[in-house]
Ligand binder design. Structure first.
Ligand code: NAP
Length: 296
């Protein structure tokens, strides 16, 4: 167990091996770190054993003796719950890299827990989805003290292509607020793509004609192409699920409300994701919010 701020990170516990946590844990294991993984549904963590990770039955078993803990769970309450379970095995001054998207409000109890447990906390949500995670090319949006940065970057440098430090005080929520702003853009594009393709279908316009019309111009973008392709081929295997999108849309509307900002688009996006979830598309890619344009 390391208890200073400069030593090498040799072991990392990854709590949460969904779409993102799996890719991140795999890259850490392949980079030669001692990686321990825990997931509520153990079966999802088990394939990581083939990459050399140790699959733990409990969060406590995963963090026991680890130099760093990386949380990549759905939301703030899930991250807090996992860390509470791990508490008896968490050594003081362990580095906690909180990389789930939790939003600024849910950050506060995590920061408090870190202080109570004497953990060294970095708020570090990420930009990028399944493919960038698999390639170790995430953009890490980080806030935390200068004296933790070298150690944190030993992990960020493996899971990410670059780190954007936005503040020294994780509790300020600078990183989580930036992540909310970024996701407002991401979700607006996903929802706009789905609704535009649905309108195209409804008006009897071939969606490929729409894509051809904007091709190469300033309204074209890779994300429009990627999400349109998922809708048009019906291959909705998730990079970012409808359910996670719904959760993030709610984080955005809550944050906007707290800041006194009217968020008409985010409200509509949240409603589209909620409806798609209700229609049974929760586990599909966010592109499936397209279906919210149609009844049933
Ligand atoms: P995911 O595949 O849906 O995985 C969610 C993870 O959270 C799973 O490990 C799940 O466990 C766990 N979980 C959910 N509720 C839980 C609870 N109450 N207690 C314990 N564990 C719980 O999601 P993901 O795409 O990997 O996303 C993980 C985080 O990264 C989220 O905060 C998401 O917003 C963020 N993120 C995602 C993307 C993306 O493109 N996918 C990009 C940037 C950031 P089970 O397996 O047992 O359900």
């Amino acid at each position: 167990m390391v208890d200073n701020n400069t030593s090498d990170i040799r072991s990392v516990a990854v709590l949460g091996t969904g779409i993102m946590g799996t890719a991140m844990a795999r890259n850490l294991a392949r980079a030669g770190l001692d990686v321990r993984v825990w997931n509520r549904t153990r079966a999802k963590a088990e394939p990581l054993a083939a990459d050399g990770a140790r699959v733990a039955d409990t969060p406590g078993e995963a963090v026991d003796g680890a130099d760093a803990v990386l949380t990549m769970l759905l939301d703030g309450p899930a991250a807090l719950d996992a860390m509470r379970q791990a508490a008896p095995q968490l050594a003081p001054r362990t580095l906690w890299l909180q990389m789930s998207t939790v939003g600024p409000a849910a950050l506060e109890p995590l920061v408090r827990f870190a202080a109570e447990q004497d953990l060294r906390f970095v708020d570090a949500p990420v930009l990028g989805t399944k493919a960038p995670a698999e390639k170790g090319q995430l953009v890490v949006l980080a806030a935390g003290p200068h004296d933790l940065r070298d150690r944190a970057e030993q992990v960020f440098g493996i899971v990410g292509g670059r780190t954007q430090w936005v503040g020294e005080d994780a509790a300020s929520g600078a990183a989580s607020r930036l992540k909310i702003v970024v996701n407002n853009w991401v979700l607006t594009v996903i929802a706009g793509t789905g609704e535009t393709l649905a309108l195209s279908k409804g008006l009897g316009v071939d969606p490929r004609e729409f894509l051809a019309a904007v091709a190469g111009g300033s309204l074209d973008m890779p994300y429009l192409r990627m999400k349109s392709e998922l809708i048009l081929t019906g291959d909705l295997a998730p990079s970012f699920t409808v359910s996670a999108g719904h959760k993030d849309a709610r984080l955005i509307t809550d944050a906007a409300e707290g800041a006194g900002v009217r968020s008409d688009l985010a409200q509509a996006v949240a409603e589209r994701f909620r409806r798609a979830e209700e229609q049974g598309h929760g586990g599909e890619d966010g592109a499936a919010a397209y279906f919210a344009s149609f009844d049933g």
